[in-house]
Design a protein around this ligand. Sequence first.
Ligand SMILES: C[S@@+](CC[C@H](N)C(=O)[O-])C[C@H]1O[C@@H](n2cnc3c(N)ncnc32)[C@H](O)[C@@H]1O
Length: 237
Amino acid sequence: MRKSLTAWLLLTVALAASAQEANAPRYATVAPSADGIGKTYQGREIAHVMTYHGAQWLERTERVDEEKPEIVLAALDLKPGMTVADIGAGTGYYSWRMAQRVGKGGAVYAVDIQPEMIGLLEKQIARRGAGNVKPVLGTVTDPRLPAGALDVALMVDVYHELEYPYEMLAAIARALKPGGRLVFVEFRGNDSEVPIKPLHTMTEQQVRNEVAPHPLKWVRTIGGLPWQHIIIFQKQG
Ligand SMILES: C[S@@+](CC[C@H](N)C(=O)[O-])C[C@H]1O[C@@H](n2cnc3c(N)ncnc32)[C@H](O)[C@@H]1O
């Protein structure tokens, strides 16, 4: 009798704790810093979205030396025929390069939330003849990708500015095939050599903490880029 009472009490406490966790607000509000939106996730203030007014910066010629896109693309291990996504594609700097690698039999969903960026991206894909790039106007919580379709999802310099990182990661996980990969490229946080505002950087640990609630397993982190790191996860199940 005493044992069953103890078990019942433990179960009640556990249920109360999990209900409290489920009701806990996911995001918190702080006084906005100069580069942030005044909203935090897991203790990190989310950065402002880079507007299309700065789109030229994404196409700067120095980017090839500063970011070594060929190393990033090699890390994606793209194969002809793959279906992939460039989420937060901006002007499509990576989209058309990915398109060349997956070829005509493959597809690149290029997602952005700014219609003006999608307009610039469309010009770029027309100029590059990248007919296998499909522009997608997403929302802040939903990249509007087909379920279970992607071999690889890439986010370059995007994650730190997602207004709803939890919802976006959940949606991206749903869009990946089992075994599909999610690849983050972010400017390295806590690195005095990286000439980028702190809110526009991410540490590996913070990325791993924020991915932890989702069915995505960390695979590896690749250094070797001048200022960024490449953090790779794989969908479980
Ligand atoms: C700094 S730019 C990087 C663009 C591109 N990845 C590159 O490396 O050239 C970040 C982009 O992410 C987009 N973005 C921000 N939040 C987004 C979201 N929830 N879904 C899709 N795109 C988003 C912005 O509109 C912006 O174009």
